[in-house]
Design a protein around this ligand. Structure first.
Ligand code: C5P
Length: 232
């Protein structure tokens, strides 16, 4: 079985304060966020190629130590995450088979554990749909009104946080992501696009520490996590 990896890295980091590089290029524990994000896939057996999808005028990727890795190629992304993932699929279209697995992993998730990646691949090996790493919600959920007052408590039973990687066969994912959408109305993950075809992706329990760097304080948290993992 062959695996192809797409790493969408074309986001503009709107929620990160300051004028520094986009969040995927911030440094933590001796490497950039994107290098940490890609690292678990470098040694993945039967991984054909890793496609890193970059913003049109990206100036940072070529300075990364992985930029010249023989398994890695690049593509140019689009306005929304889904457009960037589609660009990644186009980049492999000539070589991939319908049944090959495609793993999509956010460049902004530096804390993916090798053990989670292996479990995702093992648990989905015979799955007819595919699936994603996810973590059950543990906090009580509140729905707010416009002035940040509690409107309702939302039952959290059976609610999970969707993480990445998300793993689907190329043919299915390509079909799911081809659906047209209006500006800002695209699926926010691959699973949502597959769900729109009436299918039910499998939720594979993953480490809740597989966080997406979104706010400045996430960098500190991810640094602490990565340092504690390398010390243990
Ligand atoms: O914006 P958000 O944090 O949800 O982005 C998740 C991932 O998708 C990030 O790695 C980001 O770089 C990527 N992305 C992309 N193209 C976009 C928007 C986001 O590749 N147009």
């Amino acid at each position: 079985m062959k695996y192809w990896v797409i790493v969408p890295a074309a986001g503009s980091s709107r929620r990160m304060a300051g004028s520094g590089p986009p969040k995927q290029y911030l440094q933590l524990a001796g490497r950039s966020v994107i290098e940490w994000a890609i690292a678990p896939f470098i040694e993945l057996a039967n991984c054909e190629r890793i496609v890193v999808v970059l913003a049109e005028h990206d100036r940072h990727w070529r300075k990364q130590s992985l930029a010249r890795h023989p398994k890695i190629s690049t593509a140019t992304g689009g306005a929304e995450r889904v457009d960037s993932v589609r660009a990644g699929l186009r980049a492999i279209a000539a070589d991939v088979a319908e049944d090959d697995w495609v793993l999509v992993h956010d460049a902004a998730r530096p804390c993916l554990r090798d053990t989670d990646l292996s479990r995702l691949i093992d648990e989905l090996a015979d799955d007819g749909v595919g699936g994603l790493l996810a973590a059950p919600l543990v906090d009580t959920l509140k729905r707010a009104d416009v002035s940040d007052r509690v409107q309702a408590t939302v039952p959290r039973d059976a609610l999970w946080r969707a993480l990445t990687p998300q793993m689907f066969r190329y043919g299915l994912l390509d079909r799911a992501l081809r659906a047209e959408h209006g500006p800002g109305a695209g699926p926010t993950d691959e699973a949502q696009a597959v769900e729109a075809l009436g299918l039910q992706p499998r939720l594979v329990r993953g480490d809740p520490d597989n966080i997406k760097i979104t706010l400045p304080e996430d960098i500190e948290r991810a640094t602490r996590l990565l340092k504690s993992w390398s010390a243990s």
